[in-house]
Design a protein around this ligand. Structure first.
Ligand SMILES: Cc1cc2nc3c(=O)[nH]c(=O)nc-3n(C[C@H](O)[C@H](O)[C@H](O)COP(=O)(O)OP(=O)(O)OC[C@H]3O[C@@H](n4cnc5c(N)ncnc54)[C@H](O)[C@@H]3O)c2cc1C
Length: 396
C-alpha cells in the first residue's frame, strides 16, 4: 500500500516538476508555482493529511513522510506557499469557522492564493505579545492601524494572518485578536527589505485605517494569543520538520560532492565533519518522522516542535562549518562567476536567519527548558499589567 503510494508520488514528480530557473522574473516564478501546486492538488498530492471536506486528502502522516522523502529529490517551485501551507492553513483548519475553512482552505491547497504571517513588529519580535498594531471595532467592521516587519512573502500575498491589539486595558497576552486580512485592501502598504544575501524575502507592512469585516476574526476576539501559539506551534514543526532537500547546497549529499570535486575527501577533518553531519541529518529526520507519527496518533508535538526548530537551525550551522572545512576561504568569498560557488555563498549567508526566523535559538531553548525539562520559567514582570500601562516600543 505505502509502496504503491511511493511509486505513484515518484512517477508523478518525475513527470511533472518543472525545470527550475532562479533567474526568471518573480511573476513568472509565481505563475509556475501556482500551476504546479494546482496540478499537485489535481493529482491528490496536496494537503495529504488535511481533512478531505476542505480539499485535503485525509491521508496518514506516514504518507506525508513518503511524499516529503520523494519530493526531497526535486527542486519544487512551491516556496511561496510555505507560510500558507505550513502555518496559516493548519491554523485555519484548527480555529477557523466553517465559512472560513470553506472559503480559504481549498484555494490555499490549490496554490490559488498566497498567505503571509503578520506577527512581528519593530518593538515586538521574541516578545510578540508586546505588539502595538491596533484593531478598533467600528460598527460592523474593525479598523486596523500599525506597522509589521520581517513579513516574509508579503509582496506576493493575497491574505495575511494578522495579530493585532483589540483591548489595551487587558494584560498584553489577553487583549490580542487574530484576523484574516486582505493584502490588497485599501490602506495596506508593503515595502520590501533586502537581506545580506542580496535578496528581498521579507517586508515592512503598514496598515493605515484598513477596514476588516467582522467575520475576519480568526478564533475568538481577545483570544489572539491562543491563535498565535497555535500558529507558532505549526511554524516550528513546519520549519524544523522539513526534510533536507538534495538540491540544498548545504545538504550532506551536496557537500560530499563538493569535497569530491575539490579533492578534499581524504582530509580527516572533512571526513569527520561529513560523518557528523550525516548523523545529525539522519537523527533529525527520524525525530521528525516520530513527531509526525505521534501527531497522527493524536499526540501533537507541542514544545517538542521547538526541539525540531532548534536542531534544524543547528544542523545548518554545522553544515556551514563543514563547507568551510572543504572550501576554506572560498566558502566566505566565492568567485561571483561560479554558479556552484554563488549558490553555496547565498546558502551560507542565509544561515544566520535560520537562528532568528520563527523564534530565535535562545527563545527555543527557553521553551525547551521550561516546558520539556521542567526548569524554572523565565521571570515575566509585566504579565498581569494592563497593556496601556506598559512602556513598550513607542508607547511612552
Ligand atoms: C528570514 C526571516 C523571516 C521572518 N519572517 C517573518 C514573518 O513572515 N512574519 C513575522 O511575523 N515575522 C517574521 N520574522 C521575524 C522573526 O519572527 C523575529 O525576527 C524573531 O521572532 C526575533 O525577534 P526580533 O528580531 O525582534 O529580535 P528580539 O526579540 O529583539 O531579540 C534580540 C535578541 O535577544 C534574544 N532574546 C529576546 N528575548 C529573550 C529571552 N526571553 N531569553 C533569551 N534571549 C532572548 C533573542 O534570542 C535575540 O538574540 C522573520 C525573521 C527572519 C530572520
Amino acid at each position: 500500500m505505502t509502496d504503491d503510494f511511493r511509486a505513484r508520488v515518484r512517477d508523478w514528480l518525475a513527470a511533472n516538476v518543472p525545470d527550475s530557473s532562479e533567474d526568471a522574473p518573480a511573476e513568472e516564478l509565481i505563475a509556475t508555482a501556482k500551476r504546479f501546486q494546482a496540478a499537485l492538488h489535481d493529482a491528490g498530492l496536496a494537503g495529504i493529511t488535511w481533512p478531505s471536506q476542505f480539499g485535503g486528502q485525509g491521508r496518514s502522516a506516514a504518507e506525508q513522510q513518503i511524499f516529503d522523502e520523494e519530493a526531497a529529490a526535486h527542486e519544487l517551485p512551491t516556496g511561496v506557499f510555505l507560510i500558507g501551507l505550513g502555518m496559516c492553513g493548519p491554523t485555519l483548519v484548527d480555529l477557523g469557522s466553517t465559512e472560513q475553512k470553506a472559503r480559504y482552505v481549498r484555494p490555499l491547497l490549490r496554490g490559488e492564493e498566497i498567505w503571509c504571517q503578520l506577527f512581528s513588529e519593530p518593538g515586538a519580535g521574541s516578545d510578540v505579545a508586546s505588539l502595538q498594531t491596533r484593531a478598533v471595532r467600528d460598527g460592523d467592521s474593525w479598523v486596523v492601524n500599525g506597522q509589521k516587519v520581517w513579513t516574509s512573502g508579503a509582496q506576493w500575498s493575497d491574505h495575511g494572518a494578522l495579530l493585532a491589539r483589540t483591548n489595551p486595558d487587558q494584560p498584553k497576552h489577553k487583549g490580542l485578536t487574530m484576523f484574516v486580512v486582505d493584502m490588497h485592501a485599501p490602506g495596506v502598504t508593503v515595502r520590501p527589505l533586502r537581506d545580506m544575501t542580496g535578496r528581498a524575502p521579507f517586508n515592512e507592512v503598514y496598515f493605515d485605517d484598513v477596514r476588516l469585516p467582522a467575520d475576519a476574526v480568526l478564533g475568538e476576539v481577545d483570544a489572539g494569543w491562543f491563535a498565535a501559539v497555535t500558529m507558532l506551534g505549526h511554524e516550528r514543526v513546519s520549519i524544523g520538520g522539513s526534510v533536507r532537500r538534495r538540491y540544498d547546497p548545504l545538504a550532506y549529499h551536496n557537500l560530499v560532492e563538493l569535497a569530491r570535486t575539490r579533492n578534499r575527501l581524504d582530509d580527516p577533518l572533512v571526513r569527520d565533519g561529513l560523518a557528523a553531519l550525516y548523523t545529525a541529518e539522519r537523527a533529525l529526520s527520524l525525530f521528525n518522522a516520530r513527531l509526525r507519527q505521534e501527531a497522527d496518533a493524536g499526540s501533537p508535538p507541542g514544545a517538542r516542535g521547538s526541539v525540531a526548530k532548534l536542531a534544524g537551525a543547528e544542523l545548518l550551522w554545522q553544515a556551514v562549518h563543514v563547507a568551510g572545512l572543504i572550501a576554506g576561504l572560498d566558502a566566505a568569498a566565492w568567485d561571483p562567476g561560479s554558479a556552484e560557488g554563488d549558490e553555496l555563498a547565498v546558502a551560507i549567508n542565509a544561515t544566520p536567519a535560520s537562528s532568528i526566523a520563527g523564534g530565535t535559538d535562545q527563545v527555543q531553548r527557553n521553551i525547551i527548558g521550561d516546558r520539556i525539562l521542567g526548569l524554572p520559567r523565565d521571570p515575566v514582570a509585566d504579565r498581569d499589567i494592563p497593556f496601556r500601562e506598559l512602556r513598550v516600543g513607542t508607547q511612552a
